[in-house]
Each structure stands twice: as structure tokens, then as C-alpha cells.
Design a protein around this ligand. Structure first.
Ligand code: ASP
Length: 296
């Protein structure tokens, strides 16, 4: 990554984090905070979510998103939706305005229309960088899972976006949004749309959002794995996050990471990939923005 691109990512993370932090600081809810952070990144073409989403093998864009409220264990998700400008808003509408947890494709888009969720045309989602990545992926002939570098030969850094928050009332929430994986088969649904795999929040325990090779995160139920390790094995957030990634995800050779906050405000951001764009802040800890492992 050039220093300019790196600076752009850091700036984007700061903007997103600030949006959420302002909400929390003024007594707002964790749910509103995580939604605001994710919306900000869905609008920014740098990230693989909303506007900057990657392409499917058909050259279309299909997005997954989910959100969970730790206060009442309500959750909402959308899978393989097209032309939704801010998929996390649709996931929240599914949680709050439907009887369901996950809506997919056409049904989700119909529900979006009924609930005045904003759509955007195909051109809005087109980014040359993602298009070039699709061409490289197709030319490589590889499955999207059997490489640890992106198609430009850089180590993977996963561009899915997510947020986890604890508010001043002790409520936890998490949200995640993605375009998925470059060259995924159209119709494929990743961990980001699956509560317990890509996203989970439970008051008194933790809120967690994941990024990485979705198939592996689904098979290890990574988000709920962390919760269960804390709940039943009484591990600390740090121990649970490290076990979920370095023991369990590693055991099936999955790549990626998670961000999490527990009910005491401890923060963990753990990953086994070379980097993970991440940022954190709390009333005791100043804003911290990092990309690679080495920075401390
Ligand atoms: N987890 C996402 C998926 O598999 C991809 C990512 O995190 O970059 O769809």
C-alpha cells in the first residue's frame, strides 16, 4: 500500500470511529453507534461494503450485512442484496420491523422498498479497482479461498466493515457489512449475514464482529464461539478472542480476525492475517488506529 492509500484508510477509520463515539459520548445507544460507524464505511469506496463492494463471478454486486442488539438478543440480517446503498440500515429494519432474522435477495429488496430504504444504481457501486480484482481473480483460475494474497499479490487484509460497542447503560451491540469475496459465485452467502458466525452481541458478555474467509467463520461459528468461551468457560475477552482465532479458526486453516468489546469495556482486536484495518476508543483509552500487526 502506498503511504497515501494508507493515510486514506486511517482517515476513513477515524471518521467512522468519531461518528460512533459522538453517539456514545452523548449518552446514545450502542446500537445507534455501531450502525453509524458501519454506514460511514459503506459510503466510502475504500472498503468492501456498500459502495466499494467486490464483484461476484457474474460481475454483479451482492452484499451481506447483519446487526445485533445485546440488550434483547434481537438480530437482523440481509444476504445477497443488490443496489442497497447502506445494507446495514436494511439489516436493522429487518430486526426492528419484521418477524424475521434474515431476508435474502429479492424478498429483502422488496422489504427495503416497503421501508423506504435507499437504493442506488449499479454505476454507484462500480469501482475500477474492484473490477480489476475480478479480472485478475478470473485469470488466476484459483478458488477465492486458496490464496493468502489478494489478486494484486498483496497479503490479504479483508475489507469487510464492522463495529462493536458498549454504551453508558451497559448495552452491547455489533454490526457487520460486506460485499463478500471477489469472484464468489452469485448467490453465495457469507458469515457476515449469519448471526453467530460474523456478528454477535449479548449483554453481560461481549459484542463481536468478524472479517475473513467467510466459509471458515461459518464452520467455526466464530462470533458465538467467542461468546460461548466467555459464558461457559469463563475465559476473559482476550483469552476467548485468541482461542477462537488462534486455536479454532487456525485449526481449519481459516484466515481473518475479529473486533470485540466486553461488558466491562475491554477491547480486543485479534487476527491471523497480516493486517486488519481497525480502530478503537473508550473513555479510558485514546483513539487508536492501526492496519498491520507491527504497529504498537
Ligand atoms: N467475511 C466476508 C465474507 O466471507 C469477507 C471479508 O471479511 O472480507 O463474505
Amino acid at each position: 500500500m502506498t503511504p497515501e492509500t494508507e493515510a486514506q484508510y486511517k482517515q476513513a477509520l477515524e471518521t467512522s470511529l468519531t461518528e460512533g463515539w459522538e453517539i456514545l459520548r452523548s449518552g446514545g445507544s450502542a446500537l445507534d453507534a455501531v450502525e453509524a460507524c458501519v454506514v460511514e464505511m459503506e459510503l466510502n469506496p475504500l472498503f468492501n461494503a456498500g459502495r466499494g463492494s467486490v464483484f461476484t463471478n457474474e460481475g454483479t454486486i451482492e452484499m451481506d450485512a447483519s446487526i445485533m442488539n445485546g440488550a434483547n438478543l434481537m438480530a437482523g440480517a440481509v444476504a445477497a442484496v443488490k443496489n442497497i446503498k447502506q445494507p446495514i440500515k436494511l439489516a436493522r429494519a429487518v430486526m426492528e420491523k419484521s418477524d424475521f432474522v434474515i431476508l435474502t435477495g429479492k424478498g429483502a429488496e422488496e422489504f427495503a422498498k416497503q421501508n423506504n430504504i435507499e437504493f442506488a444504481p449499479d454505476e454507484y457501486f462500480f469501482t475500477q479497482r474492484r473490477f480489476d480484482q475480478l479480472q485478475k481473480a478470473k485469470a488466476s483460475g484459483k478458488s477465492f479461498l486458496d490464496h493468502t494474497t489478494d489478486f494484486a499479490g498483496n497479503k490479504k487484509k479483508f475489507g469487510t466493515v464492522g463495529a462493536a460497542a458498549l454504551d453508558s447503560n451497559g448495552n452491547l451491540a455489533a454490526a457487520t457489512s460486506t460485499g463478500g469475496m471477489t469472484n464468489k459465485m452469485f448467490g453465495r452467502i457469507g458469515d457476515t449475514a449469519i448471526i453467530g458466525s460474523g456478528t454477535y452481541a449479548e449483554n453481560g458478555v461481549a459484542a463481536v464482529s468478524c472479517t475473513g474467509d467467510g466459509e471458515f467463520f461459518i464452520r467455526q461459528s466464530v462470533a458465538y464461539d467467542l461468546i460461548a468461551l466467555m459464558k461457559y468457560k469463563k475465559l476473559s475477552l482476550k483469552e476467548a478472542a485468541e482461542y477462537a482465532i488462534f486455536n479454532n479458526l487456525n485449526s481449519i486453516k481459516g484466515e481473518g480476525g475479529l473486533i470485540a468489546v466486553d461488558s466491562e469495556g475491554n477491547i480486543e482486536m485479534v487476527f491471523n492475517s497480516e493486517g486488519m484495518y481497525r480502530a478503537s476508543i473508550s473513555k479510558n483509552i485514546p483513539m487508536n488506529i492501526e492496519i498491520y500487526k507491527q504497529e504498537h
